[in-house]
Design a protein around this ligand. Structure first.
Ligand SMILES: Nc1ncnc2c1ncn2[C@@H]1O[C@H](COP(=O)(O)OP(=O)(O)OP(=O)(O)O)[C@@H](O)[C@H]1O
Length: 331
């Protein structure tokens, strides 16, 4: 079911947590609300859920104006970062909870819970209590519990926020597959650009209570509306005054470094720079540099293979050139 928020405003005293926010979230999409801490992501999600009221504005779910409706009337599933499971109930009973209070027939509840246990991969743990699960397993249980009542909309507020990087990455992939299987309109709040790029069909970038840009991940990455979006979705550096992604910088020991054929027409100029530090990050290597004429610090991201071939040393003088600049679509 689609969601539309129109002209949402929410103030806390003098502070505008949401400043005239409008967004359309298409049916069946997985849309991320991405932005720095305090940008209003949770406030927007909670307004969609009905957990917080708006000062003004409209929330429409599936064509119905639900602006004044209580959360339980909005047909949503909600998962928070710190999910409050019922500690005294087993995994199975936690997932069944919403169905039991809705007094569904036992056979129907059993069948639904079996299906969800399978989807979230917790069948073998169904008799355990929440305290006997890992953090990642507990969040999967939370998602199963939210999905049990077949919500029209699934709202996730940093659901993997408290987990370590590897588990987060696994759960992201898992969420993506889950979304393909279940296909419920999902809104995910995250401050992690990698997470948003990885799982979403669409990303809305928030900043200071406003939406800066909404679009497909590739659109936002390749055609950012402004410098904020460009920098928030991956790092950027300034080279000869242009905004450039570190992986679009070529470096070499001579100024005639060949440009790839596709970029032959692009001439952003070659600059001389000094290697400050070479940091190996697995597949990629970050080369920290200082521009010779301006003293500006910037960095290039190259493959480990290229880094090994170049064998750069700190203090060495090299040449750098941008092969692509970030085109800001609003300017
Ligand atoms: N109940 C409240 N009273 C006063 N200020 C609030 C309240 N709730 C939120 N705010 C403020 O509104 C702003 C937006 O908060 P919100 O939780 O939506 O941000 P966020 O983007 O989700 O950030 P985070 O990633 O840190 O959770 C913040 O500056 C916050 O301090």
């Amino acid at each position: 079911m689609s969601i539309s928020v129109i002209g949402a405003n929410k103030r806390y005293g003098d502070f505008a947590a949401l400043d005239d926010v409008s967004i359309d979230i298409p049916e069946g999409s997985l849309t991320s609300l991405l932005g720095p801490s305090g940008s209003g992501k949770s406030t927007l999600l909670r307004a969609i859920a009905g957990l917080d009221s708006l000062d003004s504005g409209t929330v429409i779910i599936s064509g119905n104006d639900v602006s004044g409706a209580a959360p339980q009337k909005r047909d949503i599933g909600f998962v928070f970062q710190h999910y409050a499971a019922f500690k005294h109930l087993t995994v199975r009973d936690n997932i069944a909870f919403g169905l039991k209070i809705r007094k569904r027939p036992k056979a129907q509840i059993d069948a639904k819970v079996d299906e969800l246990l399978d989807i979230v991969g917790l069948t073998v743990f169904q008799r355990r209590f929440p305290s006997q699960l890992s953090g990642g397993q507990r969040q999967r249980m939370a998602l199963a519990r939210a999905l049990a009542v077949d919500p029209q909309v699934l709202l996730l507020d940093e659901p993997f926020g408290a987990l370590d990087a590897k588990v987060r990455e696994d759960l992201r992939k898992w969420l993506r597959r889950l979304h393909e299987d279940v296909n419920v309109t999902t809104v995910l709040v995250t401050h992690d650009q990698q997470e948003a790029l990885d799982v979403s069909d669409r990303i809305a970038v928030l900043n200071k209570g406003r939406i800066e840009q909404v679009g497909a991940p590739d659109d936002l990455y390749d055609r950012p509306a402004n410098e904020f979006v460009a920098s928030f979705l991956g790092s950027t550096v300034r080279l000869n005054g242009e905004l450039v992604r570190p992986h679009d910088i070529r470096i070499g020991r001579n100024p005639e470094m060949a440009l790839p054929a596709a970029d032959a027409s692009l001439d952003t100029g070659v600059i001389k720079a000094t290697v400050q530090r070479v940091v190996h990050l697995g597949f990629e290597t970050r080369v920290e540099l200082i521009a010779a004429t301006t003293g500006d610090e910037f960095q290039a991201q190259i493959t480990r293979g290229d880094a090994n071939a170049l064998n750069l040393q700190a203090g060495e003088a090299i040449y750098a050139r941008a092969t692509k600049v970030a085109a800001l679509t609003d300017s």
